[in-house]
Write a protein that binds this ligand. Structure first.
Ligand code: RUB
Length: 294
């Protein structure tokens, strides 16, 4: 939890493997492949929900199996890692430009948790001189909303923090919702911070537009083959203090949830604004034939 947000997590994973390659010395090509595979596993096990991490790691190690020499393999990892980070940062900037067009002067926006992609859109609209107000949820238990309101306030945006349970009440005063993504499934469902699906339901009820800001490396190729997204469950100490409740009481602390495609008006990606129904096509285009080899 030192690094938060699916994009930053993916860039950190890719950077760590790049650093590992850069600092590598001695051994054989096979030793390097073994170390790389062990390091990739450690990184992937750290956060199970965000597929961006999986895609970042796989983009970084791509081509290592085909490398003929140790130096080839090392250089491949270093350049893949730099390339992924550059493309990732570029995608967030493009999403900000595209998404800002959906925000009109005078809009009130709601956002949840702390998403660089969603905040990029909001800050870009503000930078363009649009008069906007933002409601940001606290996002229990880690309270990432604190990061969000600090970031928006620093940028000069008019921001109001609300507790998570105030979402439905405040939705009546909201024009549009912008959230980020940890993973998007092949059928266009959104996996994001727990509580996101409540925003989507409340937005749907209030006829408020619900936008997802997501780089395409958050599209999960595994879901194409029927795999479910693992929802990370975290320790009960994040929810209750020791001795606060009897030992017999169980605490369930899932940190992400799933929002069905039917509640999503559009997904704003670096390739443009798409419908949740287009995710499959983009996934096949992005990952190409390699997807269907197994
Ligand atoms: C953060 C979270 C964010 C997405 C998208 O959860 O759910 O909405 O990761 O973020 P956590 P970004 O704090 O548990 O990582 O747009 O920055 O990739």
């Amino acid at each position: 939890m030192t690094i938060r947000g699916a994009g930053k997590i993916a860039r950190a994973g890719a950077t760590a493997l790049g650093d590992m390659a850069r600092n590598h010395s001695g051994g054989t090509l096979e030793d390097f492949r073994g170390e790389l595979s062990a390091a990739s596993k450690v990184i992937l096990d750290s956060r199970p929900t965000a597929v961006s991490l999986w895609n970042g790691v796989h983009a970084t190690v791509k081509g290592v199996d085909e490398a003929k020499t140790l130096d080839d393999a090392v250089q491949t990892v270093i350049s893949n890692s730099e390339d992924f980070v550059r493309r990732s940062l570029g995608a967030v900037e493009t999403i900000a430009r595209i998404g800002a067009k959906r925000i009109s002067d005078g809009d009130t926006i709601m956002t949840h948790c702390n998403s660089s992609a969603a905040l990029g859109v909001i800050k870009e609209a503000h930078r363009q001189g649009k008069d906007i107000k933002v409601f940001a949820t606290e996002s229990r238990p880690w309270r990432q909303g604190i990061l969000t309101v600090n970031d928006l306030a620093k940028a000069g945006v008019d921001v109001t923090m609300i507790i998570d349970s105030a979402v439905r009440t405040v939705m009546r005063r909201t024009d549009k919702v912008f959230v980020g993504a940890d993973t998007i499934t092949s059928h266009g469902a959104l996996i994001n911070k727990v509580g996101t699906s409540q925003l989507a339901l409340a937005a749907n009820e209030a006829r408020v537009q619900f936008y997802v800001c997501s780089e395409t490396y958050k599209f999960s190729p595994m879901t194409l083959f029927g795999d479910m997204v693992t929802i990370e469950e975290r320790d009960i100490s994040e929810v209750v203090r020791p001795g606060e409740i009897p030992d017999s009481v169980k605490v369930f602390n899932p940190v992400f949830d799933s929002t069905p495609a039917k509640y999503i008006d559009a997904i704003i990606t670096e390739l443009g604004m798409i419908s949740p129904g287009s995710v499959y096509d983009i996934m096949v285009r992005q990952f190409g034939d390699s997807l269907f080899k197994e």
